[in-house]
Design a protein. Structure first.
Length: 428
């Protein structure tokens, strides 16, 4: 990552700082960081990239009406990290952290180093601002998405009155076996890229920037997307071998996004307008048990054909499931306990969510089995949408083969405006 077009900075302004943030505002126009920034619409930028075909050099603007990493074409790799603010930090510490993160993210998402001094500039007697492992690598569609957890509004930072009413810790669900050390957090960063090194580099450097103000509570690496957000993306498969995310909300479906994903102008609080709510669930899959299930039973449990992804009511992958279809014996072709039926909008008063999940493998368990599964991510206008669907899945036949082991909910504010920082509306 080189920096031929970054704005000049005086020695006093080098490094990642609030002062540098305003340099970014000037540099965004001078360097032409991304077409999406000029239009202030990350969604439009994402759709444009999708129609042209994503490449290793794809770049998505950090600023815009909405944060990137929601409707952006789903990248192949994830590094997710939840942070807790340090003891005795202040409101000013929180604001400065968000400013510094915004400055660094605005550079990294355009293929630049964390600051103008980079990994090889500045004083040789001081650590470099950038750790350097992404030098020479393309942008790889990097996105950085920031979220605020319920605990951020507990009174430490004078934000209690601004907490969204819906931002509460998720309730307990049937089948939960949650690890508190791998759940929740004051802040979260969802970093996605088509190169795992680029994603890890971003979290590594944003964590360094947070030193003394926030620390990582837990993190998760993901690979192999399990959903799509553009029509040009093929439907991927999860570790059970089934196509996943066939009926996901797509980036060009503005009506569905406005209805189900973006917080509306009439919703409360006003600072969340244009934002969304992020649910993260680490779902362990009992791989070895599933692998011993006969194919016809796997199809029945999911409600789709494993090979083609078509609903068992007939047709091809994108044929709408016919929940009323029966076989010659009068039995539903899509089983009443199947995942497809229980999660279908027709069974949940039209409830829909936008999914951005990833496979994960964290080595093996003490019993020698794969420690693997789905790192589920979803965005919704209101957390109640996810709660409705998860409760509907309480009788899901798939529940015998999965365990929810991690969980979290975060308010994702709208995108940063050029020259400002993500979440600025919360502190207005």
């Amino acid at each position: 990552m080189t920096d031929p077009s970054a704005p000049e900075e005086t020695p006093a302004e080098t490094g990642v700082s609030r002062r540098g943030l305003f340099g970014w505002a000037l540099g965004a126009g001078a360097a032409g960081l991304a077409a999406g920034a000029a239009g202030g619409a990350a969604t439009a930028s994402a759709v444009a990239h999708a129609s042209a075909g994503e490449t290793a050099t794809s770049a998505y603007a950090f600023s815009g009406a909405h944060q990137a990493g929601i409707t952006t074409p789903v990248q192949e790799h994830l590094h997710f990290a939840a942070f807790d603010m340090m003891a005795r930090t202040t409101r000013e510490d929180l604001v400065s952290l968000l400013q510094d993160w915004s400055y660094a993210a605005s550079r990294m998402t355009q293929g630049l180093e964390v600051s103008a001094t980079g990994a090889v500039g500045g004083s040789p007697e001081a650590p470099p601002d950038d750790t350097g492992e992404a030098l020479g690598l393309p942008t790889s569609g990097l996105t950085v998405t920031v979220g605020f957890g319920p605990t951020l509004f507990d009174g430490r930072f004078g934000l209690a009155a601004a907490r969204p009413a819906a931002l509460e810790r998720l309730p307990a669900f049937l089948g939960d076996d949650l690890d508190p050390a791998a759940s929740d957090g004051d802040l979260c960063l969802q970093v996605c890229a088509d190169d795992p090194q680029v994603a890890v580099h971003a979290i590594r450097n944003l964590s360094r920037i947070a030193f003394g103000r926030a620390r990582i509570r837990w993190s998760q690496l993901g690979y192999g997307r399990t959903s799509r957000t553009t029509a040009g993306q093929a439907t991927p498969r999860n570790l059970f071998g089934f196509k996943d995310g066939t009926a996901n909300i797509l980036a060009d479906d503005t009506a569905a996004l406005d209805a189900h994903v973006w917080v509306g102008a009439g919703d409360e609080p006003a600072w969340m307008t244009g934002g969304s709510y992020l649910v993260a669930r680490k779902i362990a899959m009992l791989i070895e048990t599933w692998d011993r299930v006969r194919l016809s039973e796997q199809n029945r449990i999911v409600g789709r054909d494993k090979g083609q992804g078509a609903p068992l009511s007939g047709g091809e992958e994108f044929t709408a499931p016919d929940l009323s279809a029966t076989d010659a014996a009068g039995k539903p072709r899509i089983d009443r306990a199947s995942h497809v039926r229980l999660a279908h909008p027709d069974m949940n008063d039209g409830t829909r969510i936008l999914r951005r999940g990833y496979n994960y493998v964290d080595g093996n368990t003490e019993l020698g089995r794969l420690d693997a599964g789905l790192f589920f991510l979803s965005f919704q206008r209101d957390p109640g949408q996810y709660i409705t669907l998860q409760r509907a899945l309480s009788t899901d036949a798939l529940g015998e083969y999965i365990r929810h082991v991690g969980s979290g909910l975060w308010a994702v504010p709208p995108g940063a405006q050029p020259g400002s920082f993500v979440g600025a509306g919360l502190f207005a």
